[in-house]
Design a binder for this molecule. Structure first.
Ligand code: GDP
Length: 206
């Protein structure tokens, strides 16, 4: 891992705000990297592994916070943005509409958003609900990158990677590099930090 990435992630990361509606978003003052995925994909675990702070994103999974956008400030360099999970099997229509409204407005209106990390469970691959989000990202012209989670549990990681990379390659807004991580073994965490740190650096704010 580069010195810059190591230094960035050694710094303090703290919860700054949770927004359940657009008028509650914090002021946009730092470059942002958002994290999204189906519920249970391992988003909190990944954010915790990246920042090395075990209690951090668990804050996002506490009741009342699971349906809001949570903002974590990493030093004075970057905002990590935890988008609410989606794809609950029995989610009422009203809830899906609320999720879509909130996330779509965030994606379309957030100038400092540099990239969205699209988390995909390495055991399950891309699901219909992920494709719905990819459509929103394509329409909002938000650049995004696939991040496999739980690779320690994958049966056939190579073919899963190939399948997902091939699908992402059909989307212009998708980053060509697919990351593969495990919050349990720590695999791929340094590579993910490297990608994220590069997004902070390009802004010259560090
Ligand atoms: P979230 O709902 O997307 O925030 O998901 P969580 O981070 O809460 O994780 C959901 C479940 O998957 C929990 O039981 C985690 O312990 C488990 N989990 C998360 N990451 C990994 C991983 O890398 N490997 C394995 N084996 N389990 C994981």
């Amino acid at each position: 891992m580069s010195e810059a990435a190591r230094r960035l992630f050694a710094q303090e990361c703290r919860f700054v705000a949770g927004a359940a509606s657009l008028d509650r978003l914090p002021e946009a003052e730092l470059p942002e990297v958002a994290f999204a995925g189906r519920s249970n994909v391992g988003k909190s675990s990944l954010i915790n592994a990246l920042t090395g702070r075990s209690a951090l994103a668990r804050a996002s999974n506490t009741p009342g916070r699971t349906r809001q956008i949570n903002f974590f400030r990493l030093a004075d360099a970057l905002m990590l943005v935890d988008l609410p999970g989606y794809g609950y099997a029995r989610a009422p229509k009203r809830e899906i509409a609320a999720w879509t409204g909130l996330v779509d407005s965030y994606l379309r209106g957030r100038a400092p958003l540099r990239r969205l990390m699209l988390l995909i469970d390495a055991r399950h691959g891309i699901k219909e609900s992920d494709r719905e989000l990819m459509k929103m990202l394509d329409a909002a012209a938000v650049s995004y990158q696939g991040v496999l989670t739980k690779i320690d549990k994958a049966d056939d990681l190579d073919s899963m990677k190939a399948e997902i990379a091939a699908e992402l390659a059909t989307h212009v807004a998708a980053h060509p590099t697919l990351l593969a991580t495990s919050a349990v073994t720590g695999a791929g965490i340094e590579e993910a930090r490297e990608e994220i740190a590069a997004l902070a650096e390009t802004q010259g704010l560090r």
